[in-house]
Design a protein around this ligand. Structure first.
Ligand SMILES: [Zn+2]
Length: 271
């Protein structure tokens, strides 16, 4: 799982390590994961400096000093590992970015997970997505408007990257729980008060998860004890059969639009 908190954790770690760092080598062992030609790598990446690292929704963007961008999407099972030639991750990396003696391993990448793009390309690709869930411009009124035309369940809508971006299967359940709303609650039933609870829960859950290093399963580097710290703090996600910390009810696994969801039916309601 790589949702907003996990990617924000990576962004902060990457910015700390690689902002101002020069890319000294690129190794691509799976050409589908990063379809850049040798010429492009030579001309646009090698010797370039990363100015800064940005996160937008479920994407990480490396800003290079030649104006180009490296856009990274970590799908299911993918992760990043900062090591060296002597200190490798347990699984094979599809792409390695070298920064002198330090290597950033990109593991578990699917097709086109890493792309070399112009600023215009990036806007075309990411422009169709909704605002980032933690974008300061996403006020409560704008938040409500993003879902105004939806008729389905709130979990499915929270996961719709075209409505707002950054939330997936895990945090949609956690946010619904924090708001005392069922994940299969239907949007047309919501009153202003429901939206306010949801909006505030979204902020509190995501920010708390970021502060605890997200819930990624793999460490970012040797000795990294921050990454993944939040996985012990889930209230409902994969906690079926356990008792609810809020009301003592039993957490159940249910299906919402064909996807698994976790809910305490005693304290999570339809609105
Ligand atoms: Zn409960």
């Amino acid at each position: 799982m790589q949702e907003l908190p996990e990617l924000e954790n990576y962004r902060a770690l990457l910015a700390e390590q690689f902002a101002g760092a020069q890319i000294t080598g690129v190794e691509i062992s799976n050409v589908k994961a990063f379809q850049a030609s040798d010429e492009q790598v030579e001309r646009d990446i090698l010797g370039k400096v990363i100015w800064f690292v940005e996160r937008r929704g479920l994407h990480l963007l490396f800003h290079l000093d030649n104006g180009k961008r490296l856009l990274l999407h970590l799908g299911q099972g993918a992760y990043l590992y900062k090591g060296s030639e002597q200190e490798e991750p347990t699984r094979t990396a599809q792409v390695k970015l070298h920064f002198g003696p330090v290597t950033l391993f990109c593991v578990g990448l699917r097709a086109d997970a890493l792309q070399l793009l112009t600023v215009k390309d990036v806007e075309e690709k990411l422009g169709r997505f909704g605002p980032d869930a933690l974008d300061k411009r996403l006020t409560i009124d704008r938040f409500i408007t993003r879902f105004a035309k939806k008729r389905g369940s709130i979990k499915t809508s929270l996961m719709d990257q075209n409505a707002i971006s950054g939330i997936g299967a895990v945090y949609s359940d956690e946010i619904c729980y924090a708001a005392a709303l069922r994940p299969d609650a239907k949007i047309p039933m919501f009153e202003r008060d429901t939206w306010e609870r949801l909006y505030h829960s979204m902020h509190s859950v995501l920010k708390e998860a970021i502060s605890q290093g997200g819930a990624g399963e793999q460490p970012y580097a040797e000795g990294d004890s921050l990454t993944g710290g939040y996985s012990e703090h889930f209230s409902v996600y994969e906690r079926d059969g356990q008792s609810c910390a809020r009301c003592g009810g039993v957490i159940e696994k249910v299906e919402v639009s064909g996807k698994k969801a976790f809910v305490c039916s005693d304290c999570q309601k339809d609105q």
